[in-house]
Design a protein around this ligand. Structure first.
Ligand code: FAD
Length: 365
């Protein structure tokens, strides 16, 4: 993990702000990191991956989040794609596709559609058998990293259930349209994807058979939630670092900002946020590593709490840096925009609250 974290630090350097302003990460950078297995570091060694535990992959993801949330978002997509392949692919699909993802190919995941946002049961994309082929039609929106991806994991209706299909972005009938000027994670390659009569070999359907849509999305989203939660820990750490340094070094009214109690309170709350989010993520990753039945709710809890803490911490950091933090592309300004989006993706605040409320009710029945 240390070696991979060092690699990330070297590749990002002080470029995250420039990538944010340009709205893109150089493709060579992503391919290099992908080729080192950093972007989906949990893939087992037998498939060419680094075989990190959930906990180590989580800390690596937090490190990426500290450096650059756009890059971390690409990492989340690649990891979620790899996990979906690992979980639903046949032995042959796993060997071939996971090896590609650890050699530098890039992947994205496409659930959302114009009419299927929080409610994924409304997915309308169709996957239809036609001899040895399948034909896909539909529209996907806001797919992170699709702007960079070689392959999309597309979720659609198939036979009497659903399937995830590996769709090359260069296949005829696939159109990838970048989302113009996203609020945050601007260099994460968000794109809408149009699928018009996309004909692929039936071997591109993961597992080769239909599964329940609910199972498919829950399993993929559990990885995504955990990854976003750790990414939020990274945002909080970056904000705490920037705010504490500034509060120590800048003086107003004859003493450092940190010695003004109202500023110190912000720092204390940011520290609480970092500790709380980290512990919840560690717990959820522990559930992942021990295959605990509690994993699904632990990942929702970690994501919900970490995203909320990240949004508050980023806001507090901008407050402490004040004019020094109000520059587009700067660490805390970026964090402020990026963190807000973490309260929307992989289950919005409200969707997480509904799931957690069910969990709370289960405890009294
Ligand atoms: P809606 O579902 O229309 O919700 C609007 C508001 O209503 C929200 O506040 C929501 O919480 C609330 N709401 C909805 N239903 C309920 C309810 N039952 N009770 C209470 N409140 C409710 N999608 C992908 O497939 N792949 C990706 O990689 C991906 N990356 C993304 C990255 C970013 C930065 C963003 C912004 C989105 C991304 N998405 C991706 C899409 C994302 O999953 C959806 O935006 C998200 O699920 C919310 O859907 P929506 O935007 O359509 O909002």
């Amino acid at each position: 993990r240390e070696e991979l974290a060092r690699l990330l630090s070297e590749e990002v350097g002080d470029r995250a702000g420039d990538w944010d302003l340009a709205g893109a990460i150089p493709l060579e950078t992503l391919r290099r990191l992908g080729g080192e297995g950093v972007l989906c570091a949990e893939v087992p060694a037998e498939f060419g991956g680094r075989g990190l535990s959930g906990l180590d992959n989580g800390e690596l993801t937090a490190h990426a989040g500290t450096l650059c949330s756009s890059l971390r978002s690409v990492m989340t997509s690649q990891g979620m794609a790899a996990w979906t392949i690992q979980r639903f692919g046949t032995r042959e699909q796993r060997s071939k596709e996971l090896a590609a993802l650890t050699r530098g190919d890039l992947a994205a995941v496409a659930f959302s559609e114009p009419q299927a946002g929080s409610d994924l049961s409304a997915i309308a994309t169709t996957v239809v058998d036609d001899g040895d082929s399948v034909v896909l039609n539909g529209q996907k929106v806001w797919s992170t990293a699709s702007g960079y991806a070689d392959v999309l994991v597309v979720f659609g209706r198939y036979q009497d259930g659903a399937a995830a299909v590996l769709v090359p972005t260069r296949a005829p009938g696939v159109t990838v349209r970048p989302v113009p000027q996203p609020l945050g994670c601007r260099a994460a390659g968000h794109a809408d994807v149009l699928l018009e009569d996309v004909r692929l070999p039936a071997t591109r359907v993961l597992s080769g058979a239909s599964v329940s849509l609910g199972l498919l999305t829950t399993i993929a989203l559990t990885y995504g939630r955990l990854s976003v939660a750790w990414g939020c820990v990274g945002i909080i750490r970056a904000c705490l670092g920037a705010a504490a340094t500034h509060a120590r070094d800048r003086e107003q009214f004859g003493k450092p900002l940190a010695e003004h109690q109202l500023v110190a309170r912000h720092l204390a709350e940011m520290y609480v946020a970092e500790q709380t989010a980290t512990r919840l993520c560690e717990h959820a990753s522990g559930c992942w590593d021990s295959r605990s039945a509690e994993l699904s709710s632990a990942s929702v809890l970690a994501k919900h709490a970490a995203a909320g803490h990240a949004a508050h911490a980023a806001s507090a950091a901008v407050q402490i840096l004040a004019s020094a933090g109000s520059v587009d592309g700067g660490t805390v300004a970026r964090a402020y925009r990026d963190a807000k989006l973490m309260q929307i993706i992989e289950g919005s605040e409200e969707i997480c609250q509904l799931i957690l409320a069910e969990r709370a009710l289960e405890r009294v029945t």
